[in-house]
Structure formats: C-alpha cells, structure tokens
Design a binder for this molecule. Structure first.
Ligand SMILES: [Zn+2]
Length: 155
C-alpha cells in the first residue's frame, strides 16, 4: 500500500492582498416609486401610452408636474398647452430637469428625467404651436402632479 503525500502544495497557496474594489451595485432603486405594468412599459422600456388615454392630457390645474419614478419637478402648468396630440404637451421644461438624447429611431429627440433617467417622451421643434416653438410630448404615466398650495402643508 502506497501513499502520496501532497500536503506541501497547500502551503504554496497564498492569497496576494488584492485590493477588493468596493463597487456599489445599483441597488439604490429602493428610493424610487414602485411602478405598475404600464408605467414600467413607458418609463423603463421607453414605450408610449395610447393617445388621449393619459390622465394629464386635459389636465389644467396649476402646479408642478414631477417625475413619476423619482419625484423630481420636471414641468410647470404654466408651460402646458393644448396641442391636440393626445399627450400632455409643454413648451418649456424646468431648467436642468430634462435630459435630451437622440431617440433609438435616430430621428426624434427623446426626453428623460435628468435625475433618474425615466423615459418621459419626445421633444419636437419648429411646429409653431407656441412662441417658444417647442413641444415636449410627455406620457401621462411618466408624470405625477403636485398642485401649488398657498399654505405650506406637507405630509
Ligand atoms: Zn426621475
């Protein structure tokens, strides 16, 4: 009966002190609002809600339209106008709140929440609807609405 002793090999195995990159994984989605299926389809998958279906198409109250996902203020009711296109339309945005990039179709300009990257819709130039000549065509499901309040009651 023969035995091979290989124990010495174990001693050669040493871990060199590699600095572990402490990568923070993108799990901070906890702070975002939970989305239903249509919201996920539009906000995450860059879909489009059916025209004239959204609750803010004919919404005329005074207030601020915020990002459905992260709550960042995006548009003001003062800049909303009726484009008869079936989606809430704004001819201006709250400064710095909206990011633009060329759409996957290579033609249109996609607009996203600058804070969380939620898909909002598209922006169109030169249609002549208003003096500013811009139309931010936004999905209602990408938005929440906070009415202006005279008091400062917040929960
Ligand atoms: Zn957002």
């Amino acid at each position: 009966m023969m035995k091979k002793i290989t124990g010495l090999l174990v001693m050669l195995m040493m871990f060199s002190g590699t600095s572990l990159a402490q990568e923070t994984k993108g799990t901070d989605t906890m702070k975002y609002k939970k989305l239903d299926n249509l919201e996920k389809y539009v906000i995450l998958d860059k879909g489009t809600e059916p025209p004239f279906s959204g609750k803010y198409v004919d919404h005329k109250k005074d207030g601020t339209y915020t990002c459905k996902r992260c709550g960042q203020p995006l548009f003001r009711s003062d800049d909303k106008f009726d484009a008869r296109c079936g989606w809430p339309s704004f001819d201006d945005e709250i400064e710095g709140a909206v990011e633009r990039k060329t759409d996957a179709d290579g033609v249109r300009t996609e607009i996203l929440c600058a804070n969380c990257g939620a898909h909002l819709g598209h922006v169109f130039k030169g249609e002549g609807f208003t003096d500013k000549n811009l139309r931010h065509c936004v999905n209602s499901v990408s938005l929440d609405f906070e009415p202006y309040t005279s008091g400062s009651t917040k929960d």
